[in-house]
Design a protein around this ligand. Sequence first.
Ligand SMILES: O=c1ccn([C@H]2C[C@H](O)[C@@H](COP(=O)(O)OP(=O)(O)OP(=O)(O)O)O2)c(=O)[nH]1
Length: 540
Amino acid sequence: METTNAVQSIQDFTPSCAASCKCKGYQDVKEDSIQTETKVQGHGPRLSKANLFTLLSLWMELFPREEKEDRNENEIVAQTRSTGLVVVRDQRVLGLHCSGSELHAGQVAVIRHGPKLAASELYFSRKPCATCLKMLINVGVSRISFWPGDPEFSLLVGGCNGMDSISQEAVLDAIASEKLKSNSRPHIGVAMQPLALSFQQFVMETSSGCEFMGRISEDCPDLDIGDLFHRQMKQNMDTFSREFLILQEQRHRDILATIGLENFCMEPYFSNLRQNMRELVRVLASVAASVPLLQHGFYRKDPQPTASESVQPPGVSQETARHCTIQARLLAYRTEDSKIGVGAVIWAEGKFGGCDGTGRLYLVGCGYNAYPVGSEYGEYPQMGNKQQDRKRRKYRYIIHAEQNALSFRSAEIREEENTMLFVTKCPCDECIPLIQGAGVKQIYTTDLDSGKDKGDISYLRFSGLRGVLKFIWQKTSLTRCASEHAGPHLANGCVGKHRRQAEQEPYCNKRPRSAMTEDHTPCLLNNGLGPLASSPVSPD
Ligand SMILES: O=c1ccn([C@H]2C[C@H](O)[C@@H](COP(=O)(O)OP(=O)(O)OP(=O)(O)O)O2)c(=O)[nH]1
């Protein structure tokens, strides 16, 4: 389905992309997208890689900030907008970043990856500013793709010192960026593609029916889960539209013209572009709605940690756990399993850091369930457990999300660091020893399948897994609510100090539920920094 769509996208985007972006890599995008989408035909709609990386970059812009930024916030509001970035090399994700308090996302990538950025592809949630662009061109990246909204050096956000001076600076930055672009080797432009017709519907269905919502539905049988999902989605849509879309058409046209995308200003390209942007934002809103931190969160199930577990580092905040889980859920839309998409991301907490908006967290690897690299569609069996002939079942062939995340990781797993796996499905018996052997210290997941033996795949070992802390998506109990008043809690139940404590609402607060999770963000998002995180969770 998306094959046609990818081809369609090429027709839709050719004039503007070729003309306005000087997109010498246009042919490459075409080949990539066709190759990516035709390789596996026959199952449900699937995200193209370009769209997946675009969505991940938007989502990274909203990475929860653990610490309050020290920098003069007015300065940031006035000029620079928080930006998300995905670094891809050889079709693999090398890094997920966002702007920090001092550094822009592009600068963070240069610091984190250095010469490894050569020949990489970068997906930005905003057009990067000239300061970042010159370094990225210099280090030899092969392609820079950006979301065609307000650029990093904002043309939209007015400052407290008067709009004009700031706009002038932003315009100067846009001119410098264009000059850098026209003299550079990397292909710089817009790589997102229109979605398949049924894709949005597919994402809504699979998001509202995913295991995280399934757990909520089991725990709260009286709750109208469809209604909950739609409310969450609507809130997300409002927030994300303000963040990523430019509501006024003329404003959008002006910005596109200023950042060198004037060919997108013409019809039908302008309407197509806005439609594609809206659709992708809607996909993000659906996926983000599927893990609502209302009465549920990631908590330890086993009340008494073993001796080795009790010396483990604390878990990340609920907002960070949710954020990484949603990254994994986005990855799952690249699955090659027609029945279920599974996504996994591995993050580690380094000893140093702070330059990144992710704090000390850095990406180790990510993956989704798919057949071995290079296989053609139909080469392997695809049937599930209901197939009587076991030879026709998929399980002996498919590579699990965790296995791909470990196989193609971009960083080593270090014994002395806290390495965390976020996976959208309970790890199966085949993956448990791999996770343990690799040195993963914490798992964040659902356990709906835990204890099941499905024949060719079983989930019997997860509950007995020791030495790895398990944070399971489950309901916050009343006792948790009571203990929350004693102070903020990390996902392992440790009471930790947190600068943002006062700003957070505990789950048992009397505020209406619908206003308790996603809407932490709007007021904070407006400062251009993205949402701030805290850890209002408590132990079992
Ligand atoms: O830790 C895991 C476990 C499973 N999978 C993938 C492998 C396979 O692609 C799919 C199997 O899912 P499941 O166990 O739900 O089986 P099913 O084929 O969907 O059948 P059923 O209807 O019996 O659940 O999930 C992973 O990526 N990681």
